[in-house]
Design a protein around this ligand. Structure first.
Ligand code: AMP
Length: 405
């Protein structure tokens, strides 16, 4: 389905093509018409499905039609500052050709930003993207006016509840008009999310975009380690496993470069793959890997979706991927066609929560392996989420993104 079929304003369509989107994704196809009809929506959709634009586009379209001068028109509540920044950037791209202002407000420990956020809030913005704790701190100071809010979005609602934000969310919702349209997005739909939906949504339409599960024939394993143990462990794993081709995933270019240098130094036949390489270099590396000349490829997620090489029988996640979708795509690089494959994830001490969410998403507890002797102590696996701990009502590091005009 093309975006012009939704009847969006021309200037918004320009922003969509400026963002490089051609066709709507399934979640967008289903969510956008409902939001345009004014319905409340509850959608289960993971990161990577295009869910952000699924709520941003109809919001932007409608805000253009019924703008409430000087008042906040839409409030988007998200669990983390990273997501807040990401959504603010999405808004900037999509609204590049329209007069819409937005602010991202998120927690931290820098008093200066709190003041800047306060100023931005007092000046007003069409869209506010915020984390619950930080918004609560501002609300309690008494200068925030949410009387014009027409749209409320809770994004990654399951994560917010896991982080203990339920009360903060309820407090914020108590400050917005009862009849505003409400959308709730969540990667998973446990009972507590359904309960929240019953409390805050009005006769919601339900959308379900299921995550694809990894094929059963892939043997999934995980090592719970300290970050400092990863390098030795990956070397060890590449020595003890028999494979034709192994793909090692890192979450950043720098991490690929560092690991590549370390493995090359100890004489291993490895090649790096990341976006800093020229197209020609990438093709050469991929050819070498596909032909078996290079047995180990160290890569960012740049190859987690596209690469289809039958001989990959070992995938190692040196870093835990950002979300379940990336995990499924990464490990799906092995066991192509008729062959089998092993996928091993190294879970560092700060990545346990992320891995816990992935396990919940794929509805599988990945087998935890013992480290071989000589590697020393390992951390305990405690993936449950911690309650957010930013100071309330005090200054904190945050940020605001007044729109560039
Ligand atoms: P999200 O699931 O919202 O995190 O989006 C995942 C990625 O898909 C982001 O990089 C978006 O910019 C991109 N995206 C969203 N919608 C589309 C679309 N219709 N066509 C192409 N890319 C899209």
């Amino acid at each position: 389905m093309r975006f012009s079929d939704f009847g969006f304003h021309d200037s918004l369509l320009e922003g969509i093509s400026f963002s490089g989107y051609e066709n709507a994704t399934p979640v967008q196809e289903q969510v956008i018409p409902l939001v345009l009809q004014g319905k409340d929506v509850i959608a289960s959709a993971q990161t990577g499905t295009g869910k952000t634009a699924a709520f941003l586009l109809p919001l932007l379209h409608q805000l253009l039609e019924k703008k409430h001068e000087g008042k906040v028109g839409a409030l988007i509540i998200v669990p983390t500052r990273e997501l807040a920044i990401q959504i603010a950037q999405h808004i900037e791209g999509l609204s590049y050709f329209i007069e819409i202002s937005s602010i991202a407000i998120y927690g931290g420990n820098d008093g200066q930003n709190f003041v800047a956020e306060k100023k931005a809030l007092q000046m007003g913005a069409d869209i506010i993207v915020c984390t619950p704790g930080r918004m609560l701190a501002h609300l309690k100071m008494g200068y925030v006016d949410f009387s014009g809010v027409q749209f409320l979005v809770l994004d990654e609602a399951d994560r917010m509840l896991d982080m203990g934000f339920q009360d903060d969310i309820q407090f914020i919702i108590a400050h917005i008009p009862k009849k505003c349209q409400r959308l709730l997005f969540s990667a998973t739909m446990p009972e507590k999310i359904r309960r929240l939906a019953r409390e805050i949504l009005f006769e919601p339409q339900e959308i379900n975009i299921a995550i694809s599960k990894p094929p059963e024939k892939i043997v999934q394993q995980a090592y719970i380690v300290y970050q400092t143990q990863k390098l030795d462990l990956v070397r060890h794993l590449l020595q003890i496993h028999k494979y034709q081709s192994a793909l090692v995933f890192c979450s950043s270019k720098q991490s690929v470069k560092d690991l590549y240098r370390s493995l090359q130094k100890v004489g291993m036949k490895v090649a790096p793959m990341h976006s800093d390489l020229e197209q020609q270099e990438r093709e050469q590396v991929l050819q070498g890997f596909a032909s078996g000349r290079i047995p180990v490829l160290i890569a960012t997620d740049i190859v987690s979706r596209g690469i289809d090489i039958d001989t990959i029988d070992l995938v190692i996640n040196y870093d835990v991927p950002q979300d379940g979708e990336d995990y499924v795509h990464r490990i799906g690089r092995t066991a192509r066609a008729e062959s089998d494959g092993i996928a091993i994830t190294l879970v560092g001490e700060t990545e346990q929560q992320k891995f816990g969410s992935i396990e919940r998403l794929i509805e599988k507890e990945v087998l935890k392996m013992q480290l071989p002797e000589g590697f020393g102590e390992t951390p305990e696996y405690k993936p449950a989420r911690q309650k957010h701990s930013s100071p309330r009502g005090k200054g904190g590091r945050g940020g605001y993104y007044p729109k560039r005009r």
